[in-house]
Design a protein around this ligand. Structure first.
Ligand SMILES: NC(=O)c1ccc[n+]([C@@H]2O[C@H](COP(=O)([O-])OP(=O)(O)OC[C@H]3O[C@@H](n4cnc5c(N)ncnc54)[C@H](O)[C@@H]3O)[C@@H](O)[C@H]2O)c1
Length: 273
């Protein structure tokens, strides 16, 4: 049987590629022989991340400073990828704003009643509009090629409501308690709609579109937060940073060749409890 997880020579564009999970997605793709192209904001130095991954995995890799909310930058990136590699096979819409309210000292801004319009608009711009623009520009190229894969990175909060008890802090009044931002749930749920739309729109053009809904990754959160969240998860722990790599390779490769329009929930069982 051929290796259906093989990604040799496949060019995979990953938005938010220099972030915590974006780097792991890129490493997983590189480990299977793919060519990761990491897009991120200049401050994250995506070029240096691309160089590191190329060196560590012995593959070609590229990191580019691209603001995915700017269509001209996404178009320019696509042209650069096509001239440098001659193809594009995978798009992972991974970028999002994800303010860590669990670490917030002042959480009042995050409550629905005070939620700033500017934050709402910025979160929608990156997480939803950015995914739409990248899909429109890069997905259209895949449709012309009659081949490609799009993976939208959603969240367990695309399938369940946030449990605001997780974020409570002692000594604060109800009005001051931090809350998971409303924009996060809306962006992630919207991505599932985008996934289904694109999946049926391009089904006859050879472009498969799926989502992955990860649960929370342990990244140095407080003990009390980790305890509270772990108690809501049947597997009894938050995700490790590399827990999603298998699912990403599965969705990006021919291993998922008969799947489109699906949301793969990888949450330690949280949403089934
Ligand atoms: N970390 C978790 O626990 C977790 C859980 C579930 C889902 N997710 C999702 O996984 C994805 C990655 O999360 P993460 O934890 O690595 O977050 P992260 O903040 O480390 O990475 C997100 C990246 O997106 C980039 N970005 C923001 N705006 C951009 C723009 N306009 N153009 C290009 N890049 C931009 C950021 O610079 C950052 O590097 C997000 O969609 C997040 O919602 C994360």
């Amino acid at each position: 049987m051929r290796d259906v997880f093989d990604l040799t020579g496949r060019v995979a564009i990953i938005t938010g590629g220099a972030g915590l999970l974006g780097q792991k997605h890129a490493e997983a793709i590189a480990a299977r022989g793919g060519i990761p192209v990491l897009l991120d904001l200049p401050a994250t130095e995506p070029g240096a991340v691309g160089t590191r991954i190329a060196g560590e995995y012995g593959v070609r890799a590229l990191g580019c400073a691209v603001d995915i909310t700017e269509p001209s930058q996404v178009q320019g990136l696509l042209e650069r990828v096509l001239s440098q590699f001659g193809r594009v096979d995978v798009l992972v819409n991974n970028a999002a704003n994800n303010p860590k309210v669990e670490n917030a000292v002042q959480g009042e801004w995050s409550r629905l009643e005070h939620f700033p319009l500017a934050v709402w608009e910025a979160d929608i711009a990156v997480g939803l509009t950015g995914a739409f623009l990248c899909s429109q520009i890069i997905g259209a190229q895949m449709a012309r090629q009659k081949r490609g894969v799009i993976v939208n990175v959603a969240s367990d909060l695309a399938v369940i409501g946030p449990d605001q008890r997780l974020y409570r802090q002692d000594g604060l009044s109800e009005e001051e308690q931090p809350a998971k931002p409303v924009s996060y749930s809306v962006v992630k749920t919207g991505l599932i709609g985008l996934t289904r739309y694109l999946a049926t729109y391009w089904a006859q053009s050879g472009v498969r579109v799926n989502a992955i809904s990860p649960g929370g990754v342990f990244n140095g959160q407080s003990d009390i937060f980790v305890q509270r969240l772990s108690s809501l998860i049947p597997l009894g722990r938050m995700a490790r940073i590399d827990d999603y790599q298998g699912a990403i390779v599965f969705l990006c490769s021919d291993a998922s060749s008969y799947m489109t329009g699906f949301n793969l929930v990888v949450d330690g069982g949280r949403s089934c409890w």
